[in-house]
Structure formats: C-alpha cells, structure tokens
Design a protein around this ligand. Structure first.
Ligand code: NAD
Length: 354
C-alpha cells in the first residue's frame, strides 16, 4: 500500500455491554436523558423481556403493535400513541422490526431512543430508517433516528430460537461481507468487519451446540454490533441492494434472505476483491472466503433455498429488472443481467455458489 486517504464518520452513541445488566443500564440511560414518561416498544413475544428491562424506569405506555418492515399505518399508530401519552423518551426491546418502529416515531418527533436489541440485526447502531407502503420499502438516513444509547445484554438472547439466531447471525455476517466493498468502505470499516467475522464465527457454532450458554450469545452480540457499525459507515453494497429488493417486494423474511443470498454474492465478488477475499477467508479459517462461509453455514444448518421461503421462480426476472439499476458502480465484479439471473436462480433453488 503506497497511500492511505479516507474520510470516516463515527456515529455518536453510547454502548453499554453487560450480561444480566440491562435493567440497570436502561435506568441509567433514562436518568441521563431526564425522561419521566417513557414509551416502551416491544412485540408481544418480547413483552416479558421488556418488563424485566424496564423495571426501574417511569413507563407511560407499552406499545406492542410491531410489524416487520414498518408499514406506514403501524408507524402512524405508534406516533399518535406517543403523542397522546406525551412521552419524552422511547425504550425499544426487540429485533430490527421493533427498533425500526422506534426509529419511525423518532423520525417525526425527535424523541430519543434507548435500544435494547434481542436479535443480531444491528439496526440499533445505524441512522437508517425504513418504512413500507403498498409493498414498496423506502429507506433514508437521519441522525434523529440513531438511538442515543444501546444496552446489550446477552441474557436477553437465550430465548431467541436457534434457527432465528442462525439466520440473524448470518445477517450480521452479511453486514461484514458487504462492508468490504460497499460504496463508502474504508480501512476502519474493513478492520471492524474483520473483527466482527472472527466474533460471529466463534459465537454462532456455540449457540447451535448450547443455546442456553451465554458465551456464544455474548460473542455473537459483540460481533453483530461491530458488523452494524461497519455497515452503517460503509453503506449498502451489492448484497444489501439484492436483499432489500427481495425482502420489500416479495415479503421474504429479512434475516433468512440475507443468510441464503450471501454465499452467492461472495462467490461473485470475491475473485475481484482480493483484500476482502483475504480478510474473510482468514477470519473464517477457510482456504477461500466462499469455502469458509459454506463450512460455517454447514455447521450452523443454515437455510439454502429461497423457494422454501416464499420466493417463486417466476419472480426472478422481475427481481433482476428492479435490482440491476441499483447495483453500485463500485461493485468489484461487473453485474450483467445474465450473472444476476444465475445468482438469483441459484439462491432460489439452493444450488452451490458458482
Ligand atoms: P424481527 O425484529 O422481525 O424479529 C424476528 C422474529 O424474532 C420476530 O418474530 C420477533 O418477535 C422474534 N424475536 C426477536 N427477539 C426475540 C427473542 N429474544 N426471543 C424470542 N423471539 C424473538 O427481525 P430482525 O431480523 O431482527 O429485523 C428485521 C427488520 O429490521 C427488517 O425490517 C429490516 O429491514 C430491519 N433492519 C434495519 C436495519 C437498519 O439499519 N435500519 C438493519 C437491520 C435490519
């Protein structure tokens, strides 16, 4: 390397990481904000966790109306509930869908968010919001939606079923892989992503072999945070552009779509992205990046085929039409209609990556 020149922006938020310490952490953050009318957002399946986490804060209401991809009408209901109860802060306890709803409220109200994640999606560490209307998902970037603080507690993760943990952890791994070549990638993002891959590759197999054990949950949560920080700075690369279309347009499950598509994008890009190839292969301990990823996916029993999860063969050509115009110019490999068609077909039928 002869020259290093980059502009890197770090997002400002406090991170508290401590197993079994979420109630104390949330209480400390709410006190720092001076809030006394808190809206807790948690889906019905996370309400028990939310009760524990919010035991020591002044709760004005618990809002449970959470949907994946934040439909605009769901956002509108949450905003009016916040307004009716004159809330002055939000605590969200849940996965990316719950964090996403808190962000939708913050976007129009400016309310501060304390995020308590229960999946590895990483939305809590980005200033990206998303809303869905009539089958179209719109995303934007706004610092108002960045949670002021994140409270990570691996003890909250043990209830996340193994299959969801695996796909969510692979969603975090996708943040790392795409951060290697995304449009705003820089050496800091790539360093964070590499450390994140190490942590995810160490943690996820432990979750599969011992779901109740906290060690694997902690490593995976740590890796998921680093992955999201890298992704927030690097932006969306080819992989996220593809999954964004598949998830929003055909209503495919977010994390699972990432888990299935990732090896195919890696196989397409890695041959023309030598630094990414070396970093990913090294962190996964494979003789190539793709083989390292496939070995990990095999150990985890990861899903292989989108056709098993709602994507239809006759949707491939429509997906290609919508994805092609949004392929980043900086992508390491030229993406032609034929290549993208093969990639989606392979992901649809569960073929090995080419
Ligand atoms: P999710 O939030 O929909 O959660 C998946 C399922 O897991 C849900 O049924 C949920 O109730 C359940 N669950 C969550 N935590 C649990 C726990 N601890 N125990 C048991 N069950 C639990 O899915 P996700 O993958 O976390 O998030 C997906 C959404 O987040 C998508 O809409 C995606 O676009 C968005 N997202 C946004 C960003 C961003 O930067 N804005 C980043 C990643 C994901």
């Amino acid at each position: 390397m002869t020259e290093m020149r980059f502009i890197h922006e770090t997002l400002g938020q406090r991170v508290r990481f401590g197993t079994g310490e979420s109630a104390d952490g949330v209480a400390a953050e709410i006190k720092l904000l001076g809030a006394d009318q808190v809206m807790v957002i948690a889906a019905p399946s996370e309400t028990t966790l939310a009760r524990t986490v919010s035991a020591d804060i002044p709760v004005a209401l618990v809002h449970q109306d959470v949907r994946m991809h934040v439909p605009v009408e769901v956002a509108a209901r949450a905003r009016s509930a916040a307004n009716d109860h004159r809330v002055d802060a939000i605590v969200c306890v849940g996965g990316g869908s719950t964090t996403g709803l808190a962000k939708a409220v913050a976007l129009t109200t400016g309310l501060p968010i304390v995020a308590v994640p229960t999946t590895y999606a990483g939305s809590e560490a980005t200033s990206v919001w998303g809303l869905t209307e009539g089958g179209t998902k719109t995303t934007g970037v706004d610092t108002r939606v960045l949670p002021r603080a994140i409270v990570y507690d691996a003890a909250l993760m043990t209830g996340l079923p193994v299959d969801l943990s695996v796909v969510s952890g692979l969603n975090a791994l996708a943040h790392c892989v795409d951060s290697m070549w995304a449009p705003r990638t820089d050496p800091i993002n790539r360093a964070l992503a590499t450390e994140a891959i190490h942590a995810l590759a160490a943690g996820l197999p432990k979750i599969v072999s011992a779901p109740e054990s906290l060690a694997g949950r902690e490593e995976t949560l740590y890796g998921a945070y680093l992955a999201a920080v890298a992704f927030a700075s690097a932006g969306s690369g080819l992989h996220h552009k593809i999954c964004h279309v598949l998830g929003g347009r055909y209503d495919l499950p977010h994390a699972l779509t990432h888990a299935v598509v990732l090896p195919h994008v890696l196989a397409l890009n890695a041959p023309n992205a030598p630094e990414a190839e070396e970093r990913i292969a090294g962190a996964l301990g494979g003789d190539t990046a793709v083989r390292g990823l496939q070995e990990l996916r095999h150990r985890l029993g990861a899903p292989r085929a989108l056709r098993d999860h709602g994507f239809r063969e006759n949707q491939i050509s429509d997906a290609v039409d919508v994805i092609l115009p949004v392929v980043p110019d900086t992508n390491s490999t030229t993406v032609t209609r034929d290549r993208l068609t093969y990639l989606l077909r392979d992901a649809w039928e569960g073929a090995d990556p080419r």
